[in-house]
Design a protein around this ligand. Structure first.
Ligand SMILES: NC(=O)c1ccc[n+]([C@@H]2O[C@H](COP(=O)([O-])OP(=O)(O)OC[C@H]3O[C@@H](n4cnc5c(N)ncnc54)[C@H](O)[C@@H]3O)[C@@H](O)[C@H]2O)c1
Ligand SMILES: CC(C)[C@H](C(=O)O)[C@@H](O)C(=O)O
Ligand SMILES: [Mg+2]
Length: 368
């Protein structure tokens, strides 16, 4: 039911490359239906990023894209990259790293819930994955991604660098979320080898003791964590880790849910709009064929409604519709179904309509 005064929201779409435009279009269609039902006005504008930016302007992050993102209420991104730009001077991925940095998005949230109806899609045993409910807090604007890079003919280096402040702010965000969940944080590092990880562990331990002693904290080394996530994923609640470990572990856990195409993410800073994107890439092997699973992007749009536009009911109704459609087995090929990208989005739109019809019907009966 509409419960918010009509308002205009400025949403920037960054379709990008490969399957990016397909999954972004699917999410835009879903957002359009939400706007109609709740009486909001979503004003969409599309901007260039990644390979599309290189092709059109020579720049993977044209300045006007950055300006539009900074002025938006929320930003929804598809994906960037692909073999077309291999070996070129500018890389599509520079655009993604650049916009994360420019918007100050230091915390990347990657939630995963494995519903009982999809547990059989995982290559792992149903009893291992059923009921998994975790969220990865990945530090997003530091570490080896952003340290100095050097290159000569015979050598290359990537500096991994973290400041205390960079570790503190993502740590606080993770602990705050743990307080609203099952109250457990697993901090993942490589403190047996890396100095940045020893600093990471010290800072996390101090913030825990000083500010969040009621949360249960454990530390894990990233190599054994990669194993534990496959062996006993239900034990984890909030997983806090640095940039590169978070990138790798989040693709790993997507297998628990049955497909990387399902996982959304929210990238958030201290203030200002967030950037929302599926965790998957541009999937060049299936691009342009109406094969991509749009659910990760549609759930990212729901996260955008919740975190940047503060439209909680609207976010929940998208999530309920996605859950209903997946439960009914209406899926794309990656989950064994027969729907294309567009048909999967249509199924979710139909479910949103059905959920709203039921809600309206109940209210009318109540009034009658
Ligand atoms: N956020 C981003 O923009 C982002 C994220 C990851 C990778 N990338 C880029 O994407 C390009 C391809 O990378 P990759 O192949 O290693 O990873 P990928 O995530 O694009 O694809 C890995 C596998 O998952 C499948 N897959 C991905 N998304 C899917 C979806 N929505 N539905 C069904 N199947 C899906 C692909 O078909 C492929 O088999 C690279 O250039 C990489 O840098 C971009
Ligand atoms: C494309 C790449 C730069 C990006 C990352 O490593 O952050 C991607 O893998 C992701 O997970 O968002
Ligand atoms: Mg990744």
């Amino acid at each position: 039911m509409p419960n918010t005064a009509p308002k205009t929201y400025n949403i920037v779409l960054l379709p990008g490359d490969g399957v990016g435009p397909e999954v972004t279009a699917a999410a835009k269609a879903v957002l359009g239906v939400i706007a109609d039902f709740y009486g909001h006005r979503f004003e969409f504008s599309e901007h260039l990023i990644g390979g599309a930016g290189i092709d059109a302007t020579g720049d993977p992050l044209p300045p006007e894209t950055t300006a539009a993102c900074l002025a938006a209420d929320g930003v929804l991104l598809g994906a960037v990259g692909g073999p077309k730009w291999d070996g070129q001077k500018r890389r599509p991925e520079e655009g993604l790293l650049g916009i994360r940095k420019a918007m100050g998005l230091f915390a990347n949230l990657r939630p995963l819930q494995v519903s009982p109806v999809l547990a059989h899609r995982s290559p792992l045993k149903k009893e291992i994955v059923e009921g998994v409910d975790l969220i990865v807090f990945r530090e997003l604007t530091g570490g080896v991604y952003f340290g100095e890079k050097t290159r000569t003919d015979s050598m290359a280096s990537d500096l991994c660098i973290y400041s205390v402040e960079e570790i503190e702010r993502v740590t606080r965000a993770a602990f705050k979320t743990a307080l609203q969940r099952r109250g457990k944080v697993t901090s993942v590092d490589k403190a047996n080898v890396m100095e940045t990880s020893r600093l990471w562990r010290e800072v996390v331990t101090r913030i825990h003791a000083e500010e969040f002693p009621q949360v249960q904290l454990e530390h894990a080394l990233v190599d054994s964590m990669a194993m534990h996530l496959i062996r006993k994923p239900r034990e984890y609640d909030v997983i806090l880790t640095e940039n590169m470990f978070g990138d790798i572990l989040s693709d790993e856990i997507s297998v628990l849910g049955g497909s990387i195409g399902l996982l959304p993410s929210a990238s958030l800073g201290e203030a200002g709009p967030g950037l929302f994107e599926p965790i998957h890439g541009s999937a060049p092997d299936i691009a342009g064929q109406d094969l991509a699973n749009p659910v990760g992007t549609i759930l990212s749009a729901a996260m955008m409604l919740r975190h940047s536009l503060e439209l909680e009911d609207e976010a929940t109704s998208i999530e309920a519709a996605v859950a209903a459609v997946l439960a009914a087995g209406a899926t794309t090929a990656d989950l064994g179904g027969e729907l294309g990208t567009r048909a999967a989005a249509e199924a979710i739109i139909d479910a949103i309509k059905a959920i709203h019809w039921a809600a309206t019907h109940r209210v009318q009966m109540h009034w009658g």
